[in-house]
Design a protein around this ligand. Sequence first.
Ligand SMILES: Cc1ncc(COP(=O)(O)O)c(C=O)c1O
Length: 485
Amino acid sequence: MQENKQQYGISQYPDVDLIYQKLDALISQPMRPIRREKLQDMLAYFDHQCNKSRELSDEAKTYIPGGVQHNLAFNYPFPIAIEKADGAYMWDVDGNRYFDFLQAGGPIVLGSNYQPVREKVIDFVNQCGPVTGLFHEYELKLAKLIHHYMPSIEMFRMLGTGTESVMAAIRAARTYTGKKKVIKAGGAYHGWSDSMVYGLHIPGTRRFESKGIPRRATANTQEFYPTDLRMLERKLIMNRLRGGTAAVIVEPVGPESGTRPVPFDYNRKVRELCDEFGVLLIFDEVVMGFRLGMGGAQGYFGVKPDLTIFGKCVTGGYPMAGGVGGCAEIIQRFAPGIGGTGERAYIGGTLSANPLSCVAGYHALLEMERTNAPVIAGRAGDRLTRGLQAIIDKLGLPFVAYNQGSICHLETSGVMLLDLKRPIKLLKELKPRKHMMEEMGAAYMAHGLITLAGSRMYTSMADTDDVIDEALERFEAVLECVEGV
Ligand SMILES: Cc1ncc(COP(=O)(O)O)c(C=O)c1O
């Protein structure tokens, strides 16, 4: 276990071996879903108290594929339409209040709809509107601020999303190194660009999700089992004989925000391997950047990547959240303007780095530093996880709770931990375990708790001890209804 200085939201790095032992035990035994009769009671909540949401989502199915635009929206039993967000809570169109542990999927650390940032944005829009297409001082202010917090970001090019930023980083890495192969950790999500929809969610699954993507687009993408650095090394050796590797891209706490956690010294070892093979190291800090602390995962782990991907927090929850930064010599390849020099890595985006996003990001980051939000949110994550562990112990459940600061995991079905090392188990159990996760999400929702896909909770500065304690009572009410309790 690793103690860390308190400017970061992780007070104690989790014992990764112990977590894997518990997760292995969880998926080795039969599922423990909510008891059927209790689940019926919980689903009745949606029938009786979510009528407007149901009407809206029924109509939306005519105009929107699947009835909802966002992958993280709950679909089971049907999507809930949100009307208001404030601090630790959200309210749906039927007036029901929820504890918001989604935090928009990670961008929000100050709490939802944080007033001081909102006011700056409104003032700015009143004066300038959302976009001009020309340079604005806030582009510079934001880039300088990011450099101040993360010195490895000598230069920063802002983009619209994490997905675009990963695409851009890979393009820059290939331009700079003259090599093609890119290696990612299996199971990791780095956005949905053609080359990165490979080995998604479940390690070893390569092109399982690559419908509509030509084979050639993923021909230079490779994956390694997330904690298996020997496998990464073998890939680097093989690639050296076949034209070389441009970059290794990792999420520094492990794929899917640490759903498959990695040991504390992992990033240092990946860095060493990259140096040994002359390969660029890309940190995907879309979630970690500023959530773990103002220095990001690279500050927390003390490892300097060549390129860093930003998203989510970089605009404090306001739209067009993305960017890639790092070593000036590499980022220079993005220099805009008309006419290339032959060394340019072409990227663009009409609304990228629009002044509204830059203003929002600049003030959100300053507020996060001023209020110490990442550390406060991390303490809330610790309290939530400790409380969940106590409930699990009390009820004698095989479920697994752990956190990396304000990123809290509660694995009940274990679906995210299935893998191709046990293919028959994967084929047999993927669907039922996935459905159990959906049921858990719906059960939490019926108790006023919004989680990410029924297995992850992001905490924010708005999560006071009272908020967390009340939320824990609700989690307990759900977990008491699990089969066998
Ligand atoms: C680690 C990671 N990388 C990249 C992305 C893609 O970012 P975006 O959704 O902004 O395209 C995400 C989104 O959740 C992410 O979690």
